[in-house]
Design a protein around this ligand. Structure first.
Ligand code: PA5
Length: 494
């Protein structure tokens, strides 16, 4: 629902920084990249009209109530419930374990990694004053059993998160954990150790909550998985490991205020519009999100899902084919300068690199002034690692620009709970605005659904036999086109 004028949480963080996020797109222009390679003045003029149209469209959908994720920064009940759980969990538990996948896991991992010390789980108490967080988002038997083996079930709290309650990965994890808890601690102990976050009315998990009386929190109707990190999906586990969810929402609320302002002074829409033009006009159909920060490294995983599941659509809303989509990829600086950068510099020219940077790091590590006699090392002494990392980012951006390769910066003044909340909400609005520009529905994921149906068929779920048959039929040639090492030739005797 549309908001009313409020003095809400956004004001609480207003003083923190003038700008929570800067979008610097100098290196996307033909002025910087060379004639024909970047966006020229004509494109930038066109951008204004495009952004106004997208803004009008998103605002209309928001006012109709079809974009409820946009109101999440103002929610009160969920953060309250999350804080209450956190108080309880801090006293009783050492480990908070999320069982969920995709939108039920990636946002939590991204924010946890951004806001808690990177060694949080490895610290022992009293240095670590909140429980550890384990996000179990895969079903690899070796990975999942390794997670379970290292947990003391007595001091572990499990948060099963599935909006649909139908996701095979999460449901099988839930069944395994439920069974282990029952066998190890007895059925009565499960209730204190299990929180189920799911649809408020539908799905098998809701039925189980109702019949077994488990603790539960709702995923608000109309908020899809990848837009749900600021619901109980993310807020409950994050609060339970000591993230200040009030500040997180306050930062997001500030982003929401900014994102509702008309373009051009609107970062969410500028992000959407620039990428749209680069794709449609300059064939930049790949967007590499490259944080220069270990803390923000998982943001690119979260963003990858948000962008790809939302925008990878074959059909437009008017039924016409959607010829354009821009795939998001991830890289991390400076690490991937030494693995992927050569391809970005001199390889095929379909990529735009988004540098996600941090002006001031929370920790400073000085490089000692030693080995002065070696010119190859002496230039490093007296600097610090944050400076080096930022110069690597700036140097790489400059080198890409000189090579005519599109790149832009999304820069946080610092990593704080509020700036991370701002970043998350801005990128969510940018994704929905991109949906408007392409004329597609960014809120569904029909392609993902088909794969799930084949899995159900292969696992023998009632009602999905057709998919088993289709699978078998599709693989009638499976023996013919397989590469195998031929058996060794028989050794000739004599
Ligand atoms: O964004 C989405 O909707 C998906 O990625 C879902 O989050 C993912 O498939 C998990 O679904 P669920 O929460 O229903 O288990």
């Amino acid at each position: 629902m549309p908001d009313k004028k409020t003095n809400g949480p956004a004001n609480a963080v207003r003083e923190e920084a003038e700008e929570f996020l800067t979008l610097d797109y100098n290196n996307l222009t033909s002025e910087a990249l060379g004639e024909g390679k970047g966006l020229d003045q004509e494109d930038l003029n066109e951008l204004k009209g495009l952004l106004n149209a997208a803004h009008k469209d998103v605002e209309a959908r928001y006012k109709k109530g079809s974009l409820p994720f946009m109101d999440l920064p103002k929610s009160q009940d969920t953060p309250k419930a999350a804080r209450k759980l956190a108080e309880m969990g801090r006293k009783k538990f050492e480990n908070i374990v999320v069982l969920g996948i995709g939108g039920s896991a990636l946002g939590t991992s991204a924010i946890f990694t951004a806001l808690k010390p990177l060694n949080h789980n490895g610290l022992s108490t009293p240095k670590r004053s909140w429980p550890r967080l384990v996000v179990a988002d895969n079903i690899d038997p070796e990975g999942f059993s390794a997670i379970l083996e290292q947990l003391d079930l007595k001091t572990s709290f499990f948060n099963v998160i599935s909006k649909s309650g139908a996701t095979a990965e999460t449901m099988s994890q839930f069944m395994i954990v439920y069974d282990q808890l029952r066998r190890t601690l007895g059925k009565s102990a499960i209730k204190d150790r299990l929180l189920i976050t799911t649809d408020p009315e539908n799905g098998v998990l809701r039925k189980i909550v109702d019949s077994e009386g488990f603790m539960s929190l709702p995923v608000p109707p109309g908020v899809g998985g990848r837009f749900s990190v600021l619901t109980a999906v993310g807020l409950a586990p994050l609060a339970m490991v000591g993230v200040n969810v009030t500040d997180l929402l306050a930062g997001a609320a500030r982003a929401q205020e900014d994102a509702r302002k008309p373009p051009p002074g609107n970062k969410a829409y500028a992000f959407a519009g620039l990428n749209y033009l680069l794709n449609v006009k300059k064939k930049k159909n790949a967007l590499v999100m490259m944080p220069y920060s270990d803390a923000l490294a998982r943001v690119s995983d979260w963003f990858g899902q948000l962008w790809n599941e939302s925008l990878g659509k074959a059909t437009r809303l008017d039924g016409a084919p959607n010829p354009h989509a821009q795939t998001a990829y991830k890289a991390v600086g400076a690490t991937d300068q030494h693995s992927q950068l050569q391809m970005y510099m001199e390889g095929t020219d379909e990529k735009t690199i988004c540098f996600l940077g941090v002006e001031n790091f929370r920790t400073q590590v000085n490089i000692p002034t030693i080995f002065k006699e070696h010119e190859e090392l002496s230039y490093l002494g007296g600097h610090n690692l944050g400076e080096l990392l930022n110069f690597e980012r700036l140097g790489t951006a400059r080198a890409l620009t000189e090579n005519g390769k599109a790149n832009f910066g999304l820069i946080l003044p610092k990593i704080s709970t509020a700036t991370v909340g701002y970043l998350i909400h801005t990128l969510e609005v940018a994704t929905v605005a991109s949906g408007s520009l392409y004329g597609i529905n960014p809120l569904d994921q029909p392609g993902v659904e088909l794969g799930k149906k084949f899995t159900y068929g292969l696992m023998g779920r009632t009602g999905f036999g057709e998919f088993r048959e289709r699978y078998d039929k599709g693989f009638s040639n499976k023996k013919k086109y397989v590469v195998k090492t031929p058996p060794p030739a028989p050794v000739k005797k004599g």
